[in-house]
Write a protein that binds this ligand. Sequence first.
Ligand code: GRF
Length: 192
Amino acid sequence: MAFRIAVLISGTGSLLQALLDARDAGALDADIAVVGSDNAAAQGLARAAAAGVPSFVHPYVKGSDRAAWDAELTDLVAARDVDLVVLAGFMKLVGPVFLARFGGRTINTHPALLPSFPGMHGPRDALAHGVKVTGTTVFEVDAGVDSGRILAQEPVRVLADDTVESLHERIKVAERVLLVRTVNELAAKGNP
Ligand code: GRF
């Protein structure tokens, strides 16, 4: 049976696009069963629609019950019977109910070489620190922030005239390749 993945996004969705492009090129060894977003305006939702992939929107309303939001997200993903959840620019932390169900089979990407520069500003923090090499990390999601087991990494050189934007853009190029490769490696191993 095909290895099924859910992809969760919040914004542009260029990582999602890389997965869709790989699928269309026959280079993804997985079915993209569903795309979910916490943001109804995410550009990635249009990418899913254009590719014929079903999607759902599950916003978190500030101040509302976070545990209930987490449980509903878990149900929405579980309904699609997926083997792996890929957080691809998903800007919310998943909670305990989600991790009880999908822990060990949820991965995320980060635009820095973890454990360096975790958090929301990997490229900015790497640039501010003056490192000459940074990169991207695909890791297993746990209850911490960017703290899970590292699955794969790819270095990216920092150039003398880099801005946060130019550096992040080059990291994202590497990130797309690494994410597709990691999904294929996990698919090859089968359901963990
Ligand atoms: C990526 O750099 C990812 O590591 C970070 O957010 C970016 C997502 O970009 N968490 P996009 O929405 O896939 O274009």
